[in-house]
Design a protein around this ligand. Sequence first.
Ligand code: BGC
Length: 767
Amino acid sequence: MKNYLTHDPWNIIEEGFHPDYNEVSESCFSIGNGKMGQRANFEEQFSGQTLPGSYIAGIYYPDKTRVGWWKNGYPEYFAKVLNSPNWIGIDIKLDGEVLDLATCKVKDFRRVLNMKEGYLERSFTAKLLSGKEVAVKSTRFCSVVDTEVGAIRYTVKPLNFDGRITVTPYVDGDVMNKDTNWDEGFWTEIEKTAKKRSCFVTTETKKTQFQACVGMRFSIFKGKTELEFPTTTTLEEKYAACSATVRCKANDELVIYKYAAVVSSFYHEKPKLLERCKKVVKKAFKKGFEKLLKEHAAAWAAKWEEADITIEGDVAAQQGIRFNIFHLYQTYSGEDERLNIGPKGFTGEKYGGSTYWDTEAYCLPFYLGTADQKIARNLLIYRHKHLQKAIENAGKLGFKNGAALYPMVTMNGEECHNEWEITFEEIHRNGAIAYAIFDYIRHTGEQSYLAEYGLEVLIGIARFWSQRVHWSVPKQQYVMHGVTGPNEYENNVNNNWYTNLLAVWSLEYTMEAMKTVEAEAPEKYASLLKRLNFDQATETVVWSEIVAKMHFPQHEKSGIFLQQEGFLDKEIRTVDELPAEDRPLHQKWSWDRILRSCFIKQADVLQGIYFFEERFSEEELRRNFDFYEPLTVHESSLSACVHAILAARLGKYGKAYEMYLRTARLDLDDYNNDTEDGLHITSMAGTWMAFVEGFGGMRAESDMLSFRPYLPEGWEGYTFRIQWRGHYLQVKVSKAGTVIANHSGQPLRLRVHGKVVEVGAGSETAC
Ligand code: BGC
């Protein structure tokens, strides 16, 4: 765990230069706008520890699979999130000497991520080997208004010398991925130009043939006066730059404005990319930095107005939740149903792909609760569009008759994960996709989604489950062998309780959905069943049989649901017995030792109880929580949020707070020693759930929304906002109690601490 970032309600602050943690900071201070994003790399050259990373939404590279032992069914490739042309670079030379923070003395370094207005700022004083000292301040952002625009204001001030400052803003497409399987670059050059104060580079990805044109134009001011200056241009392989040298006196302030555009074939026709890029750069240049920033900040203010959570009396917790909300909206803005939420968003390469079960299980509730319904809907449509690929994917593994297995990881619907114990076995993901349909309808009330898109997906998933289970003669029950549950510290187990639960629930829900659609849209229902060759007489009969006779491993005496068959045969030890130097286990222990141990990576049985809380008594929840929580190492970012919610439900407020802080500050404090790879974007939505469902006790019940708020110890109060079936609510909790404001035009009935209250349109009610 690290603790070098300053606590502040609206900013992430690094005071003093921490070169050893630079890659952690590069992740934490990342900026993005849903269409592109980047790590907080430096503008000027830096020869120290760094992971360069700029990313463009929707663009990926299918890197040929590399495994020790090929297994039939493995996908041919792993989709890599692409490190893309760098538009931030500005090389600086002082009388010919390169400014590089790795080779000079750095003073007064400060890096700030301003979350309120959405920009990154950095300032420092550097003393070069020659003894020359210079003060630098840079501000940059990826505009959330003009989403193809990035802008930088870079100020250089010589402190103890008069001399020449050479400024070289550039675009560099000659970039690599750190995680390339075969040490190859993924981009080839299409064209490049550089003229006066602007340059453009167009590159294309190998195999997928995505094109990106990245361009820039710059200006230089001394104080408030714009300078006229000659430039020299440089063109190299996938690289274009313009250089200018300006004479300065000590304490002159040189301000460089760099306006960049990133346009891609994901949105534009390839032959028109350069023209489009030039147009976007020109428009940004004309608007100017201040106006671009003002509009960008105003758009962030509107987003915060909808989605902010405030906490009084706990700055660390406040900073944590805003950090999570901020990064989620930097990653996914929801207008494009072809895009999704990668576990690292635009902050790193790890995990590849853009879509895991994380989207459905963790991210959907956040977007449902904080944004317009169409954003969550787009996430569902994304999976609907991939249904045929999911059917092909299941077909490759031997499943038939329209059975659909959604991929563990995907960019375009195709599976691109290749470790057999996860690709083939971590099939619970299919259940999360069914659950998301249920969750969406429960939250929005849009039942017609079933007839339009949902039912078709559900039937594909149900067909998969019905073929994946088999009948056990000794048990006289259905069983499911060879699976990996959410706890990936166990592989190839039989009867993972969570997976069996999701399978049975999916079958039940699909049958219920069929009845709904039959009643509400009989024509659509009949035509869908015909198109899917659905055989009522056999298929649903088998499904009902499985529902009635599925095996759920359980220890009768203690009433514990067993994570999988035989779990209690393990040597049961608790996490508090583990020496600190053994953690995180996946970095310190052999895989073999991890698999044989009882330690749990992430909520598994508890994830199931969380999803279907209403099916279990409080006593069952308590027994299982008390058993599993002490065994859980939370080395998956997706774990602590679920434990926080359940702990709060059980009144274990100390535990709930500990788990909340762990999820909210996971990356800021680097709990799992892996923030350098990028941020855990998808678990950030889990943080939101931990807050709203944990402290706020919010539950979407079938008839109404309910809350059981409590105030964590030491807090003065908190507020959060919720969108629910066309209503917009604000929940305010303080020592005096709970007040719910209804900012919509219709009254709303809610359940608060089990009591039904009505909150009038445009008014507030103390509950
Ligand atoms: C977790 C998975 C998750 C993936 C991407 C893994 O460490 O165990 O559940 O889907 O990360 O976030």
